[in-house]
Design a protein around this ligand. Sequence first.
Ligand SMILES: [Zn+2]
Length: 228
Amino acid sequence: MASFKPSIPPASDSSTSGEVHVIMGPMFAGKTTALLRRIKSEGNSSRNVAMIKSSKDTRYAIDSVVTHDGVKFPCWALPNLSSFRQNFGGDAYDKLDVIGIDEAQFFEDLYDFCCTAADHDGKTVIVAGLDGDYLRRSFGSVLDIIPLADSVTKLTARCEMCGKRAFFTLRKTEETRTELIGGADVYMPVCRQHYVNGQLLIKTARSVVESHKFKCVSDTFAEATPFV
Ligand SMILES: [Zn+2]
């Protein structure tokens, strides 16, 4: 029986073999801390490192990645990843060994960037981001790069209600935009049980507010309309 044998071209240069590592999880799970630890340890092994974050996230500092507990690292704040090479400089990019990407859910071109950087340019790319949004739906392109990854780590936080392991991010406000950037004032990490309870509470609160709004409008309308 004939078997298919793919012809594998000889590797032209072993140094062009890159890697992709994904660190994901809910908010407050220590994703940025884990990313910084990896980047710093790569830097200590005399590898050239650079860090990128989204320019959408200006919560702590524009030119630094900052963890929730205040640890800082200089970074490039960019609207997209495709502009990194040009901003960083072609020669400097060629000398880079490791690229860290924080808040990766905000980059629409994450998949293409990881492919090029790891497959063709031989970079080790370490990506940290949210896997899901506050509705537990896939957020941005973070899940799309899992088939490209050498390793995937899902971190957990502590449930703010009961202290058990938290896998999800609950939005405490009634805002319904997917991209609402905020910290502990807007979001909290929760376990499954408290996610479900919390969603129910928020839905009830929202419908009370909506019906109150409707009542105000209809009252105003009734006052403005002369009784016929
Ligand atoms: Zn809980």
